[in-house]
Design a protein around this ligand. Structure first.
Ligand SMILES: [Cu+2]
Length: 302
C-alpha cells in the first residue's frame, strides 16, 4: 500500500514538474488552458476566467437538468392531459431577478478588471512598440534607445543565435525586447501601415497597434524569463511571422543592457541580440525548472 501511494506521489510530482517545466511561458503542443501568469494582470484575468467558468458550468448543468425533466416528466406518454394555465407570477419574477443578480455579480469584478488592465497610474518606464508589415520596432524613450527592428529568426538560424536548442521556432526574434522585472512598464503602441496587435499571453497584455494613434497598455513582470507573443490582428501575408520575444531580467542587468545597446559594443545590425548574448540573458530560459519546489520529489534537483 505504502509503495503504491509512493508511486502515485511520484507520478503526481512528475506531472506537476513537467507541467511547470522550464519555459512555462510559451505555447505547448496540445495545450488547453491559458498560459501561466507572469504578471498581476494575468493573475487577475485567470481568476476572473475561472470564476466565469464555474458560473457558466452551473448554468449549463441547470438548464440541461430542466430540459431533461421537461422531456421525461411532461412528454405525451407521461402527461397526456397538460395543465392549461399560462402565467405564474412568482416564477416570472424569479426568472427575471436571478439572471440580473448573476449579471451584476459578473459585471462588478469585470469592470474592476477592465480598468485595472487598461493603464498604470505610476509607470516606472515606457516601451514604445510600432507594428510594421511584418516585424515590430521598439524604442525606449526614457533610456534614449532609438527604434530598432525585431524580425523573426529563420528556422535554419535558430541554433546560431539561441544556445542549447532552446530556440523556439517561429517565436524568436534577432533583436528581442528586454524589460526589467518588478517595474510598472507603460506600453505605447502604434503602427506604420495597417493594424497589428501587440500580445503577450503570460502578461495578460493585448493591444491593437493602429496607424495614426498611440494606444496605451501596461505590464509588470513578476519573474525573469523568456516570454513569447505573436501579432494578433490579421495584417497580411506574413502576419504569422512577426513574433514577439521578451527577455525579462533583474533591473541591474536591464540597465547594463540599455548601456550596451547605446554603446559601441552593440552590433550595428543586431544591437539587442549582441547585448543579450554579452550578458548571457539566455540563462533565464532555465529559471523555471530550477525554482520548481517539487523538483526534489523527482530527484531532478539542481
Ligand atoms: Cu501584424
Amino acid at each position: 500500500m505504502k509503495k503504491i501511494s509512493f508511486l502515485f506521489l511520484q507520478l503526481f510530482a512528475f506531472l506537476a514538474v513537467t507541467a511547470g517545466d522550464a519555459l512555462a511561458f510559451e505555447p505547448k503542443p496540445a495545450g488547453l488552458n491559458l498560459q501561466e501568469a507572469a504578471s498581476p494582470k494575468m493573475e487577475r484575468l485567470i481568476e476572473f476566467h475561472d470564476m466565469l467558468l464555474i458560473i457558466t458550468t452551473a448554468i449549463v448543468i441547470f438548464v440541461f437538468a430542466l430540459l431533461a425533466w421537461v422531456i421525461i416528466r411532461y412528454n405525451k406518454a407521461a402527461n397526456p392531459n397538460p395543465a392549461s394555465f399560462t402565467h405564474n407570477v412568482p416564477i416570472e419574477i424569479i426568472w427575471t431577478v436571478v439572471p440580473v443578480v448573476i449579471l451584476v455579480i459578473i459585471a462588478i469584478p469585470s469592470f474592476n478588471l477592465l480598468y485595472y488592465i487598461d493603464r498604470t497610474a505610476e509607470p516606472d518606464m515606457t516601451l514604445r512598440v510600432t507594428g510594421n508589415q511584418w516585424y515590430w520596432t521598439y524604442d525606449y524613450p526614457d533610456h534614449g534607445i532609438e527604434a530598432y527592428e525585431a524580425r523573426m529568426i529563420t528556422e535554419d538560424e535558430l541554433d546560431t543565435y539561441i544556445p542549447d536548442k532552446l530556440g523556439r521556432r517561429l517565436l524568436e526574434t534577432y533583436n528581442p525586447v528586454v524589460l526589467p522585472i518588478n517595474q510598472n512598464i507603460q506600453i505605447l503602441t502604434t503602427a506604420s501601415d495597417v493594424i497589428h496587435s501587440w500580445t503577450i499571453p503570460a502578461f495578460g497584455t493585448k493591444k491593437d497597434s493602429v496607424p495614426g494613434r498611440w494606444n496605451e497598455t501596461w505590464t509588470r513582470i513578476s519573474e525573469p524569463g523568456v516570454y513569447y507573443g505573436q501579432c494578433s490582428e490579421i495584417c497580411g501575408t506574413d502576419h504569422a511571422f512577426m513574433p514577439i520575444s521578451v527577455y525579462a531580467v533583474p533591473e541591474e542587468e536591464f540597465v547594463a543592457w540599455t548601456e550596451c545597446v547605446k554603446g559601441e559594443e552593440a552590433d550595428a545590425d543586431y544591437p539587442g541580440r549582441a547585448c543579450v548574448q554579452k550578458f548571457d540573458f539566455d540563462k533565464y530560459r532555465q529559471t523555471r525548472k530550477k525554482d520548481n519546489k517539487l523538483a526534489f520529489l523527482t530527484g531532478d534537483e539542481e
